[in-house]
Design a protein around this ligand. Structure first.
Ligand SMILES: *[C@@H]1O[C@H](CO)[C@@H](O)[C@H](O)[C@H]1NC(C)=O
Ligand SMILES: *[C@@H]1O[C@H](CO)[C@@H](O)[C@H](O)[C@H]1NC(C)=O
Ligand SMILES: *[C@@H]1O[C@H](CO)[C@@H](O)[C@H](O)[C@H]1NC(C)=O
Ligand SMILES: *[C@@H]1O[C@H](CO)[C@@H](O)[C@H](O)[C@H]1NC(C)=O
Length: 827
């Protein structure tokens, strides 16, 4: 503050105040004292100048002692001449004496030894916090007779707190936080009965808390955190009737908490954690009705949770984790409308969640892990801000309430190691902010909900040690943020969906101890981040994917499978590996080039793509086919209902041999229903087409091939149910001018890559290889991110390598790409 003109201003203000008064009281003679005052002030100016120069001299001397290489110089550049009341950081009183020195965050580097304390008899506030002052606090500090506020926090001051601080009889705030002070807290400080705040946190203070602390009858805030204090809390602390804040965190205090802590009728903030306190919590700790923070975690507290704390409705933050407290959480507990953070983990809390817990509307984090809580999971419908819910390692039973799916702020949900059962509600898929989901070591059964694919921020998914059955949902492959996926020790069957290979950020994958069969999808070669893998104890066979994690894993990671082979310790080399690899990589390159050129052409003229094929060894798996055989009639009813008997309002497309409807199944899944036309005379042909399509698709799991969800073999109306792809066909997009403009070259190249992937998969990874025979822009569907899906295998035939199928070409009339014959004969 610049205050050289302060006397004048003050006088003026006084004058104004008085003159208002004078006018209002209509006694103008009252102005006389004012005039007198003004005269007095000016007659004092000679004495004032002397005082000023003494203070200025002291400041300049100290300035000169500071390290002049630091930024302090720039701030102190105003410190020249004699008019020190004008200098930065200096305030004076009406008599020109310095009352405040405020030089926080000024980069000051140096000591206080050149500071002439006796030169500042009027100094009331010295605030040098957030600098780089080092050395000790000089005992001469006692000369600051008027000092009320001393703030030297956040410096590098060392040595002990001088006893002479006890001479600063007017001190109300003493802040020495975050220095390197050592030694005891001097008892002399406890004589300063005007003190309302002591903050000596984050130093190296030793010894015990002096009993004399009880003399500080005005004390409101006492912060002793982050020191090396030992011993008990002296019962004398209880004399501090006005205490609102007590911080003892992170010392070496022990013993029980004195019952005198019950005396604090204004207490708002009590932080006792990370000590070695034992015994129980004083039973009237919340007697003030104002307690907002109570932390006592990492101690040895035992015994029951006092009632006053259980129904302490003022609580905002409560941390009691890692003690040995007991309480029935059903009793009184839970009515905490202001509570944002509660951690009661690692104690002995028992009982069931009561309805009370529904009233925690402000809750952001609730941790109660490692207790012995029983009963069901609370629905917590009121806790819409909840980020973290950790109820792991308890005795919780029942199912996960689907209402948890409404807590869309959740990013950490841990229900692991309980006795929860039933199926996992698909509503959890609505938790779009979820990053950690742990349901491990429970008794969950049924399918892994494919809706979990909606948790698009998930980093860590642990469903291990349950009874999940059937296949791994391919939707899991769409959680492309996933870093850790543990599905081990379940009863998962069928093949591993190739979509899992899309998890480009996956670092650890554990599929061990399941019933998985078939070969490991070659798409796993894409998972470049993968470092830990465990697929042991399954029925897997065939070659390992071309992935570093697989090549470098120990044999234990593959142990107990049916017939894995490949280039890894303990595995046999695959029969025709070297030969096959060369061939297929050649043909992949060829296919990519080919499809690129063809699609390039196709994009230009809204044309068509066509067909390639190649060889692969293996046998058709008849069992897989039956996996896809749904109970026709049951499904049919559902479809009838969902499409209101194939009402045209659900129709999304009409093709040569089918009409396509969009339908929402009772499960909430949206599918495309392809209703094949059953023409009177060509019934047999269509049925063949139908069977062909089902048969072909039932073999295929690939992220770029439209997924067949099911089929109905209704004699009149055979149906195929596919995943519904939002974006429509490539043809639609290319023919819609607005859309085509938005569909940039990067997206187009990606579509080419996707189609190439799909074709490569059909030709190399299916046995026998599958030839689409009618790839056109109509048959390539795009999702909203322009990811491509090859669809419509109605005309595909299984390629019998012995006979020549080249000539009977089933292309969409008029769209056959010119290179088709050349292409076929090349392969
Ligand atoms: C900084 O202080 C040193 C002595 O401590 C002196 O020699 C030097 O001239 C000073 N530099 C400036 C820029 O004042
Ligand atoms: C000292 O100054 C800092 C920074 O302006 C401020 O945060 C702090 O409250 C002051 N100290 C006291 C005791 O007023
Ligand atoms: C904490 O106190 C217990 C006794 O209550 C003692 O056995 C233990 O050694 C203490 N721990 C530390 C770190 O002081
Ligand atoms: C995979 O899970 C199983 C069973 O849950 C466990 O025993 C094994 O250690 C895990 N593997 C790795 C590599 O962590």
């Amino acid at each position: 503050m610049k205050t050289s003109s302060q006397p004048k201003i003050m006088a003026f203000q006084e004058e104004k105040a008085l003159s208002t008064k004078a006018v209002s009281s209509q006694h103008s003679f009252q102005l006389i004292p004012v005039i007198l005052l003004l005269m007095l002030a000016s007659s004092d100016s000679v004495a004032k100048a002397e005082v000023v120069s003494q203070e200025a001299e002291a400041l300049l001397k100290w300035k000169a002692s500071l390290d002049n290489n630091t930024s302090s110089l720039s701030l102190l550049s105003s410190w020249i001449g004699n008019s020190n009341c004008n200098w930065d950081g200096i305030s004076c009183n009406s008599f020109g004496s310095i009352t405040q020195i405020n030089l926080t965050f000024s980069g000051l580097r140096g000591t206080l030894h050149a500071f002439n304390f006796s030169a500042f008899p009027s100094l009331m506030s010295l605030n040098l916090s957030h600098n780089a002052i080092f050395g000790t606090i000089p005992s001469k500090i006692e000369f600051l007779k008027s000092l009320q506020i001393l703030d030297l926090s956040e410096n590098n001051i060392n040595g002990s707190i001088p006893h002479e601080v006890g001479m600063l009889g007017n001190l109300t705030i003493l802040s020495l936080k975050d220095n390197n002070l050592s030694g005891n807290l001097p008892t002399e400080v406890c004589m300063l009965n005007s003190l309302s705040v002591i903050n000596v946190a984050d130093n190296n203070l030793m010894g015990s808390i002096p009993e004399a602390i009880g003399n500080l009858i005005s004390l409101k805030e006492l912060y002793l955190m982050g020191n090396q204090l030992i011993g008990n809390i002296p019962p004398e602390v209880g004399k501090l009737k006005f205490l609102t804040h007590l911080g003892l965190v992170g010392n070496k205090l022990n013993g029980s908490l004195p019952s005198e802590l019950n005396n604090f009728t204004f207490l708002k903030w009590l932080a006792l954690s990370n000590n070695n306190f034992s015994g129980s919590i004083p039973h009237d700790i919340c007697i003030s009705g104002a307690l907002e923070l109570f932390t006592a975690h990492n101690n040895q507290l035992t015994g029951p949770m006092p009632r006053s704390l259980r129904n302490c409705t003022s609580l905002v933050r409560l941390r009691l984790e890692r003690n040995q407290l007991t309480a029935n959480i059903a009793q009184e507990f839970g009515i905490y409308p202001k509570l944002t953070y509660a951690d009661l983990s690692y104690n002995r809390f028992y009982g069931e969640f009561s309805e009370n817990w529904e009233q925690c509307q402000s809750l952001q984090s609730l941790r109660l892990s490692n207790n012995i809580i029983s009963g069901g999971i609370p629905r917590l419908e009121g806790s819409v801000q909840l980020n973290v819910l950790d109820l792991s390692s308890n005795n919780l039973t029942g199912t996960i309430p689907k209402e948890l799916g409404k807590l869309t702020s959740l990013f950490d949900l841990n229900l692991g190691n309980n006795k929860l059962s039933g199926s996992v509600p698909s509503e959890l898929g609505m938790l779009t902010n979820l990053q950690h989901l742990n349901l491990a070591a429970n008794d969950f059964s049924g399918l892994i909900p494919e809706k979990l694919g909606g948790c698009t921020e998930l980093l860590n998914l642990n469903l291990s040690r349950n009874r999940f059955s059937e296949s791994i949902p391919l939707q899991m492959g769409s959680i492309n943020t996933l870093q850790v996926l543990d599905l081990s020790q379940n009863s998962l069957m069928s093949e591993i969906p190739p979509q899992l290979g899309n998890l480009m950020k996956l670092e650890a994958l554990n599929l061990s101890h399941n019933e998985l069969s078939g070969s490991i999808p070659s798409t796993f070669g894409n998972m470049l981040s993968l470092t830990v893998v465990d697929i042991s104890y399954n029925h897997l066979e065939g070659p390992l994917p071309n992935n570093k994690a697989f090549h470098e894993a120990s044999f234990l990671a593959f142990a107990n499978n049916t017939g894995l082979c490949g280039n890894a310790t303990g595995l046999n080399v695959c029969p025709s590996e070297t030969k096959g690899e060369k061939k297929s990589s050649k043909s992949v390159i060829f296919i990519v080039l080919l499809v690129l050129s063809i699609l390039f052409f196709a994009f230009g003229v809204t044309g068509v793509l066509c067909v390639v094929c190649c060889r692969q060894e293996g046998q058709l798996n008849e069992d897989q086919f039956s996996v896809w055989s749904y109970d026709g009639r049951l499904e049919y009813e559902d479809i009838i209902e969902a499409t209101e008997e194939f009402d045209s309002k659900y129709c999304v497309g009409v093709g040569g041999n089918a009409t396509v409807f969009k339908a929402e199944l009772p499960t909430g899944r949206i599918v495309a229903v392809k209703k094949l036309h059953m023409l009177q005379d060509s019934g047999v042909a269509n049925l063949k087409a139908f069977e062909s399509e089902v048969r072909t698709l039932s073999e295929i799991r690939h992220r770029n091939i439209l997924k067949l969800y099911g089929f109905c073999s209704h004699p009149q109306h055979p149906l195929l149910l596919y995943d519904y792809i939002e974006g429509g066909s490539l043809e639609n997009i290319l023919t819609d001018e607005n859309h085509a403009v938005k569909f940039g070259w990067m997206e187009r190249v990606n579509v080419v890559k996707d189609v190439a992937n799909a074709l490569s998969y059909m030709h190399h990874d299916c046995s026998p290889p599958i030839v689409h025979r009618d790839i056109s822009s109509k048959n390539i569907l795009l999702d909203l991110e322009y990811g491509a899906y090859v669809s419509d295998f109605g005309t595909a035939k299984l390629l019998n390598l012995e006979t020549s199928n080249w000539t009977s070409y089933a292309g969409t009339l008029g769209y056959s790409a010119p290179g088709i014959h050349l292409l076929n004969s090349f392969i």
